[in-house]
Design a protein around this ligand. Structure first.
Ligand code: ATP
Length: 316
């Protein structure tokens, strides 16, 4: 039995939006509990409208939950912070600034006491890391979509956030560019041990990148039904990964969830597995589709200092 404590810990999150003309408010999700370990790459998959971007905005501190709490490094997330870098699908670069200035601007805010040289060298390191050396003085409008997305990734990494949040960052890119940037992202994450939470609709992308994949049931009243463990060894590459014997069992499990189980879980006539064993947060079970192992993280009565201790228990 391992003892465990998460770096990022979401406990009992609820999000409700008021109805536009009075009436019943919309509960997007409720009693959402999940954790992310330091250095882990976690993807979240679920149908459109289930609440993935809402979760990401709450983790980023850009939106507030209606209930529950998010702890990062034991501190409550109460607003935006340079500890969390966000990359959106639409790049969100400042159009009047060059690529380099888009990055130096963020680096200066992060380390206001750095000299010009320090800021420049640090920013150029990340420009090089995403393969944009030579294009650093161009404005976003003079770049391709893939290049712009690489600038936003470089900017997010350059502030060395404790947590990187990626909201479908490759959604608008063609397959070839997407593949190239995925490989760069894998390389950078391997070099830096970055903790990442990423939304994607692409199951193959999720298997390639993630250590775990959260499966979200359909909304309203959505929930994270499972945390799927991707135990395919790293370094992974797109051509080789499909030959790993665990690849297709994992892929089939994800597709089956999206096609069938995500809806069933939302059907009021389908009996639900109780989400919570007791009044405490119940994390979604961890499932390894390749080995059939299911484990569950539970809180124990034990406390060490003021910290709650959690244990992983194998159920199957
Ligand atoms: N500001 C808002 N006011 C009212 N309802 C909202 C607001 N923002 C989101 N919603 C609703 O909350 C639900 C979840 O939206 P969200 O964007 O988080 O879903 P998503 O899973 O990210 O979808 P997609 O995959 O299409 O991006 C949707 O029903 C959406 O209409």
């Amino acid at each position: 039995m391992n003892r465990k404590k998460y770096f990022l810990d979401a406990q009992g999150l609820v999000k409700q939006f008021p109805a536009p003309k009075g009436g019943e408010s919309l509960t997007v999700f409720e009693n959402l509990n999940f954790g992310i370990n330091k250095g882990e790459f976690v993807c979240i998959i679920g149908h459109s409208g289930c609440g993935k971007s809402t979760i990401m905005n709450i983790l980023a501190g850009l939106d507030q939950a209606s209930g529950g709490v998010v702890l990062m490094d034991n501190k409550e997330v109460a607003g935006p912070s340079l500890d969390r870098g966000v990359v959106f699908q639409n790049y969100s670069l400042l159009p009047w600034m060059s690529c380099l200035r888009n990055i130096t601007f963020a680096v200066k805010s992060r380390w206001p006491n750095w000299s010009r040289e320090q800021v420049y060298e640090h920013s150029m390191k990340y420009i090089e890391m995403v393969g944009l050396k030579g294009a650093e003085l161009r404005k976003p409008s003079q770049l391709s979509g893939g290049m712009r997305q690489r600038v936003s990734i470089a900017r997010a990494f350059a502030i060395e956030p404790k947590l990187l949040l990626l909201d479908e960052p490759f959604g608008a890119l063609d397959a070839l560019t997407r593949g190239m940037i995925q490989e760069e992202l894998i390389k950078i994450c391997e070099q830096t041990g970055q903790t990442v939470f990423m939304i994607t609709h692409d199951v193959d992308e999720a298997i390639l990148l993630a250590d775990r994949i959260f499966l979200m049931s359909n909304g309203p009243n959505a929930t994270i039904a499972e945390s799927v463990v991707i135990d395919i060894p790293r370094h992974r590459d797109r051509e080789q990964i499909i030959h790993n014997p665990h690849y297709y069992p994992i892929r089939n499990h994800l597709v089956d969830f999206l096609v069938k189980r995500s809806k069933e879980l939302n059907d009021p006539d389908t009996p639900r597995v109780p989400h919570s064993d007791n009044a405490r947060p119940a994390y979604p079970p961890e499932v390894n589709p390749a080995t059939g192992q299911i484990s569950k993280l539970i809180e124990t009565e034990t406390t060490e200092g003021n910290e709650l201790t959690r244990q992983v228990v194998n159920l199957q």
